[in-house]
Design a protein around this ligand. Structure first.
Ligand code: IMP
Length: 427
C-alpha cells in the first residue's frame, strides 16, 4: 500500500512530469501501464535535456524501480537506445523491469502504421507513426509477439510466421510493398534477446508483493483520457487504455488495491493530431497559448493545437477515472490574458449539454458555451500557496475546481521543477 494512478485528463501533454517530480523519492515503483514510444517527456539532467519516449520517468530516481507493464507495447530498438543514451550520461538503468507479457513492436508494425495513415488521406488519425496501433491490433487479433516469446526461438518463429501470413498479404497486395521474410524479422528480434533476458519478470507478481510489503507504487498512464480507445474521441484516439481501468489491466494490479487517482489537467487545453476539439483557438489567442506554453510535441515536434479550458472534459475525466485529486498545470501560461474564457457546456443544434454528448456526430458539432473570467498580469511563478496568487488567478483556480467537484491538490505556476503550489500531498 498504497497504489496511486497518475494520468492525463485531457488529450495528453498535460505536464505529468510536475506531479512525478513532486512524488519523487516517496515512490518505490513507477509503472508504465499503456502505450509505447508514442509518449514523450523531456527530462533535464544537469545542463542536458533528454527526451524519453518509452522508459518511465522514474528511471532517473535512484530509489525507484521503473517497470514496463504488460499493457505496454515495446520497440526493443528504442528501449535499448534510450537505455544507452541514459547510461552514457551516467544514469544507472539497471533496476528496469519489463513484463514478460508486454507485446513487442516490430518493423512491420511501424511500416503498416505509416503506410496505413497515408492510405487514409483526409481521414488520417495523425498517429505518431511508431507502430503503436498495429502492434495493439495484433495483440487483440492474437498474432502478437510478447517479450517472453523471444526466449523460445521455435515459438518465436511460429508466431512470426503466423503474423507474416497476414501482414505480407497486406503489404504486397494493398500497400504495394515487398514481402518480409520470417528469418529477417526473427533475426531483428533476436539481436536484442541477451540484453532483454535479465530485465524480464512477472511484473504483476512483483508489484503485488511490493504492495504487500508496504511499498508505494505509482501507475503512470501514457497519453490521456480523451485518447483512450474506449472512452476517448474514437477513432481519433490511441490504441490503448490510458484511463484508470487500464492501470489495472496494464499492470496486473487489481482495482481494490488502488488508493488514489491523480489526474493532470492543464489550465487550458491542447491536442496533437486530428480529431474534434471544441475549444480550439485558430486565432492570435491560440498562437499566444502555443508560444507562452511552448506547445510543441516532444515525440514528433508537431505544433500542438491550443484552446481554452474545457470543464465538460474535466468533469468527464473525473467520472471515468474516479479522480481523487487534480493537478492543475501551467496556470502561469494564462498570465497576461485580459479575459479568460472557460467552456462550461456545449451547444449542439438547439440543445445545450453539460456532459459529453453520446455520439461522435454530436461532439463534432459541439460549440463551446463560455463563462469568462478576468485575467491577471502579475508574475505568479514564485507563488507557493494559493494566498500568494493574485485575486483573479485564485478566482480562476477556485472556479474550475468547483466545476468538477474534485479538489485541486497541486497548481503548477512555472517551468521550474519546484514551481508548484501544493495544497494537499499526493502520497
Ligand atoms: P498513436 O498513439 O501513435 O497511434 O496516435 C494516435 C493519436 O494519439 C494521435 O492523435 C497522436 O497525436 C495522439 N498521441 C499519441 N501519443 C500522444 C502523447 O503522448 N501526447 C499527445 N498525443 C498523443
Amino acid at each position: 500500500m498504497p497504489a496511486i494512478v497518475l494520468l492525463g485528463a485531457q488529450w495528453g501533454d498535460e505536464g505529468k512530469g510536475k506531479a512525478t517530480d513532486l512524488l519523487g523519492e516517496q515512490v518505490d515503483y513507477v509503472v508504465k501501464y499503456n502505450g509505447g514510444n508514442n509518449a514523450g517527456h523531456t527530462i533535464v539532467i544537469g545542463d542536458e535535456k533528454y527526451a524519453l519516449h518509452l522508459l518511465p520517468a522514474g528511471v532517473l530516481t535512484p530509489s525507484v524501480t521503473p517497470v514496463i507493464g504488460n499493457g505496454v507495447v515495446v520497440d526493443l530498438g528504442v528501449l535499448f537506445g534510450e537505455i544507452d543514451g541514459l547510461e552514457a550520461r551516467g544514469v544507472d538503468t539497471s533496476r528496469l523491469v519489463v513484463s514478460a507479457n508486454a507485446h513487442i513492436i516490430t518493423g512491420y508494425h511501424t511500416t503498416v502504421d505509416k503506410v496505413g495513415e497515408r492510405f487514409l488521406g483526409d481521414a488520417k488519425i495523425g498517429t505518431t507513426g511508431r507502430g503503436i496501433g498495429p502492434a495493439y491490433a495484433d495483440k487483440m487479433s492474437r498474432i502478437g509477439v510478447r517479450a517472453q516469446d523471444l526466449f523460445d526461438e521455435k515459438i518465436l518463429r511460429q508466431k512470426v510466421e503466423g503474423a507474416l501470413e497476414q501482414k505480407n498479404q497486406l503489404l504486397v497486395k494493398a500497400y504495394n510493398r515487398k514481402a518480409l521474410s520470417v528469418d529477417a524479422v526473427v533475426d531483428d528480434l533476436l539481436v536484442h534477446v541477451d540484453r532483454l533476458r535479465p530485465l524480464v519478470a512477472d511484473t504483476s507478481l512483483l508489484l503485488t508483493k511490493a504492495l504487500d510489503d508496504g511499498k508505494v507504487v505509482l501507475l503512470e498512464g501514457g497519453q490521456a483520457t480523451m485518447l483512450d480507445v474506449d472512452h476517448g474521441t474514437y477513432p481519433f484516439v490511441t490504441s490503448s487504455n490510458p484511463t484508470a481501468g487500464g492501470a489495472c489491466t496494464g499492470s496486473g494490479i487489481p482495482p481494490t488495491r488502488i488508493d488514489r487517482v491523480v489526474a493532470i489537467v492543464k489550465a487550458y487545453t491542447t491536442r496533437v493530431g486530428s480529431g474534434p476539439f471544441p475549444t480550439e483557438l485558430l486565432d492570435v489567442d491560440g498562437e499566444r497559448l502555443r508560444e507562452q506554453g511552448a506547445e510543441f510535441g516532444t515525440t514528433t515536434g508537431r505544433p500542438r493545437r491550443c484552446g481554452w479550458y474545457d470543464a465538460v472534459i474535466a468533469r468527464y475525466s473525473a467520472r471515468i477515472n474516479g479522480v481523487t485529486d487534480f493537478v492543475l498545470t501551467k496556470l502561469d501560461v494564462l498570465t497576461g490574458f485580459e479575459r479568460i474564457p472557460v467552456c462550461v457546456g456545449y451547444r449542439i443544434g438547439d440543445k445545450t449539454y453539460d456532459e459529453m454528448p453520446m455520439t461522435q456526430t454530436e461532439f463534432h458539432h459541439a460549440e463551446p458555451v463560455y463563462e469568462e473570467f478576468p485575467g491577471w498580469d502579475e508574475d505568479i511563478s514564485a507563488a507557493r500557496s494559493i494566498e500568494d496568487l493574485p485575486k483573479n488567478a485564485r478566482r480562476y483556480v477556485e472556479a474550475v475546481e468547483a466545476m468538477t467537484s474534485v479538489p485541486i491538490s497541486v497548481v503548477g505556476v512555472g517551468a521550474e521543477r519546484d514551481a508548484s503550489i501544493v495544497v494537499r500531498s499526493l502520497v
